[in-house]
Design a protein around this ligand. Structure first.
Ligand SMILES: Cc1c(C=O)c(-c2nnc3c4c(C[n+]5cc6c(C)n(C)c(C)c6c(Cl)n5)n(C)c(C)c4cnn23)c(C)n1C
Length: 330
């Protein structure tokens, strides 16, 4: 089997990407954020208090002839930005891009934090991390990818995220039309459950490539790129008027600045993030100060290769044994 579905930016600065999925019989369509940085599949539902719903689509298990309550099971998750959700669990038929998993654990929200309520174009998440991170108790549940894996033509899914445009998630195959040239693979450390791997180094603009192993996670659910402070200060040193603002919680600079590109290495391959991806957004609609797409990971305890980096490549998440991740130019 294979599947292929759109990755649609939810706003004009690609703050997150959503993908149409169907749940239940007859199919209920929701727009979910496919997130390689977590492993819970949860949705706004008929069990979510109406005071916490603002325009989201909901899954109503009682309207699905194939839904089954997973009795006595609950879940609760907190994300890196402090947002959270919790609730109960059903199993039901679940489809992404024509690829169906019967009896997928669908976690129904009974409470969501305010940032989820405020984001009306996001109806939940599909965790594509390793199932060891799943928060359902007393028995943890498998991700959509882990459930689909035995029926996939190839044990992979790919992310082709795009800058200010709709991209694609493919399951079970590698579409050679979506990338130019070879895919460079590097090992993934599957514990504790993120797609953890190393970059082989970086360069700023036309500067010399600095070889160094930089460990982090490739996370489609994180908007920006978070790297060690030394690298980030070296980058913004090239930007007139840039400063690390306590007030805005990161590096900001005059929107008119000319930003350098940022290049990262995967083994021997090099991937260059255009300056436009790093000139992320105005700090307010009328401001001439802009917030950077590259920020420091100090305090996070982990480096995060989020969408700002991933959209500069075609990325293969390979569930083979041992797992690996591949990057190709596109
Ligand atoms: C350690 C870490 C993160 C780890 O991942 C992280 C982060 N970065 N984007 C996201 C997340 C997203 C993507 N996302 C980010 C958004 C921001 C910054 N804003 C203002 C809105 C409205 C957002 C939406 Cl709707 N969506 N989503 C949907 C979730 C559940 C996230 C959780 N964390 N997160 C941050 C900001 N930090 C510090």
């Amino acid at each position: 089997d294979t599947g292929s579905a759109a990755a649609i930016p939810i706003n004009e600065v690609d703050i997150a990407y959503v993908t149409p999925v169907t749940v239940g019989t007859p199919p209920q369509t929701l727009m979910l954020d496919l997130d390689t940085g977590s492993s819970d599949l949860w949705v706004f539902s008929s069990l979510t208090p109406s005071s916490q719903i603002r325009g989201q689509e909901i899954y109503t298990p009682t309207k699905s002839s194939t839904s089954q309550l997973l009795n006595g099971h609950t879940w609760s998750i907190r994300y890196g930005d402090g947002s959270s959700s919790r609730g109960t669990v059903f199993t039901d038929n679940f489809t992404i891009g024509g690829l169906e998993v019967k009896s997928q654990a669908v976690q129904t929200a009974q409470e969501v934090s305010s940032s989820f309520t405020q984001e009306q174009s996001l109806d939940g998440l599909v965790g594509l991390g390793f199932s060891t991170l799943n928060t359902v108790r007393p028995s943890s549940q498998l991700t959509f990818f882990d459930n689909a894996r035995p029926n996939l033509d190839e044990e992979v899914f790919t992310a082709d995220l795009k800058y200010h445009a709709t991209g694609t998630y493919d399951f079970g195959f590698i579409d050679s039309k979506k990338h130019n040239g070879t895919i460079t693979y590097t090992p993934v450390q599957p514990s504790p459950g993120y797609w953890t791997h190393s970059l082989s180094g970086y360069s700023v603009g036309s500067g010399a490539f600095q070889s160094s192993q930089i460990s982090g996670i490739s996370d489609t659910g994180t908007t920006l790129l978070y790297l060690p402070t030394a690298i980030v200060t070296a980058y913004y040193r090239q930007v007139q008027g840039a400063q690390n603002s306590q007030y805005y919680g990161g590096y900001v600079f005059p929107c008119a600045s000319t930003l350098p590109t940022f290049t990262f290495g995967i083994e021997g391959a090099r991937f260059t993030i255009p300056a436009s991806y790093i000139n992320y957004t105005r700090i307010s609609p009328t401001s001439t100060t802009c917030y950077g797409g590259l920020q420091s990971s100090s305090g996070l305890g982990i480096n995060i290769f989020g969408d700002v980096a991933l959209k500069a490549a075609f990325v293969v998440f390979s569930g083979t044994n041992p797992p690996r991740i591949g990057f190709a130019p596109k």
